[in-house]
Design a protein around this ligand. Structure first.
Ligand code: NI
Length: 255
């Protein structure tokens, strides 16, 4: 299995990250992308990627903290883009749920990261919360199609999923798709073509059923795979094989 979005760099894993990684391996997780989104978590993602063969890093600046991003931070992200284990930029995007960073600042920081991704030719990982229209508009205006990427923990409509797929984006589902009452993500997941689907945990957040509310971890990505396999009416082994192929193609991972 390929967990395309994990925050093993979060404080919640400070005490036992090695055991968490062991459990992931024991459950058949073969690749993990650890996502950094500010100075500290970027350092953490790079360190994990350097210490573990099968862990890769994504580096970017979170929209909630957009107001804190300095020019030096973006320059640093650009330098890291040539690191052999950095496979994407992100997470980046817009988050209108929290108001720490004004919308205009978020948009500018998002646009600058998309331009950087095009410059260094890496796919992007998109965080969207309550900002779908602006996210899609900016992706289109900035020509994000050139690099493509991932709509992370997708919770939008099928129509939006199609618009994003037209711009070379993959649609990634996490824990919420396993919830009994999650009608919309289930309906959308059913319709996303298998060659555009990805699985993720977004750990330590968004634990799948039956761990809802507890700390999430990469070994639980199998519950996401099982839920999607059921929706796609295919054996779980096949779902795992396809989503892993998709992730490797997108991130340019050959092993
Ligand atoms: Ni995340």
């Amino acid at each position: 299995m390929f967990d395309t979005h994990a925050h093993l760099n979060a404080v919640q894993f400070q005490e036992d990250v090695e055991e968490v990684i062991e459990r992931a391996l024991a459950e058949g997780v073969e690749h993990i992308v650890v996502v950094g989104f500010d100075t500290e978590t970027i350092h953490g993602a790079i360190k994990l990627a350097e210490n573990y063969d099968f862990i890769y890093a994504a580096v970017g600046w979170h929209p909630v903290d957009a107001i804190d991003m300095r020019d030096e931070d973006l320059n640093w992200i650009e330098e890291l883009a040539s690191h052999p284990k950095v496979v994407a930029l992100g997470e980046m995007g817009l988050d209108y749920h929290w108001d720490k960073s004004p919308k205009e600042v978020q948009k500018e920081v998002f646009r600058r990261q998309i331009r950087l991704a095009k410059k260094v030719n890496l796919p992007i990982i998109i965080h969207n919360r309550e900002a779908t229209k602006d996210v899609v508009d900016i992706l289109r205006e900035e020509g994000a199609k050139e690099v493509g990427g991932i709509m992370h923990c997708f919770s939008g409509s099928l129509e939006v999923a199609k618009e994003c797929m037209d711009m070379n984006f993959y649609i990634s589902f996490g824990g919420p798709v396993t919830f009994k009452n999650a009608k919309k993500p289930k309906e959308v997941a059913k319709e996303v073509p298998i060659d555009r689907l990805l699985i993720e945990t977004d750990c330590p957040y968004l634990s799948p059923h039956p761990f809802r509310g507890k700390r999430n971890e990469p070994s639980y990505v199998k519950y996401v795979a099982e839920a999607l396999a059921e929706l796609k009416e295919m054996p779980v082994e096949q779902l795992i094989e396809k989503t892993s192929e998709n992730a490797k193609r997108l991130f340019g991972i050959t092993r």
